[in-house]
Design a protein around this ligand. Structure first.
Ligand code: CMP
Length: 139
């Protein structure tokens, strides 16, 4: 299976709950390596551009409000089949639908405050990684 990279964001709800370490442990213990990591306070411009694909969706403004409500932790995860693996570890977008033992089941409160973001395809992972990291920040 191919070694891939994917983008992961620990969202403001999970950062403020103090579960950064527990979430990173979920990735590392399932074989995803942290290839890059930083803590950041997103501007409205950053969040709007990052989630530009959702600009026309009714939840867009709430999503941007939420993503700028506190600091986030942004990572590049690397490993076999990393895009799909990360999505399995995260669980369904809505924590009500997320399987037991997934990050969203265990740490998320609502579809907005859903603890983590992960790229949904290899193509988007490439775009999202380049949005936040330069090549020299990825190891
Ligand atoms: P994320 O994986 O970061 O991608 C877009 C985010 O929009 C999603 O997680 C949710 O937090 C948020 N969102 C809010 N409402 C919806 C919805 N109805 N469908 C999909 N995403 C939603």
């Amino acid at each position: 299976m191919a070694i891939e990279q994917t983008l992961s964001i620990i969202k403001p709800d999970a950062v403020s709950k103090g579960v950064i370490g527990q979430i990173i442990d979920r990735f590392e213990s399932k074989g995803l390596r942290i290839a890059a990591m930083k803590k950041s306070q997103l501007s409205r411009e950053d969040a709007g551009e990052f989630y530009g694909i959702h600009r026309e969706r009714p939840f867009f403004n709430d999503l941007v409000d939420f993503m700028v409500s506190g600091p986030v932790v942004i990572m590049v995860l690397e490993g076999e089949n990393a895009v799909v693996e990360n999505r399995v570890i995260m669980g369904a977008t809505n924590p009500k639908d997320a399987a037991k033992g997934t990050i969203r089941h265990d740490f998320a409160d609502s579809i907005d405050a859903n603890a983590v973001h992960g790229s949904d395809s290899i193509e988007n992972a490439d775009i999202e990684i380049k949005f936040f990291f330069s090549k020299r920040e990825i190891h």
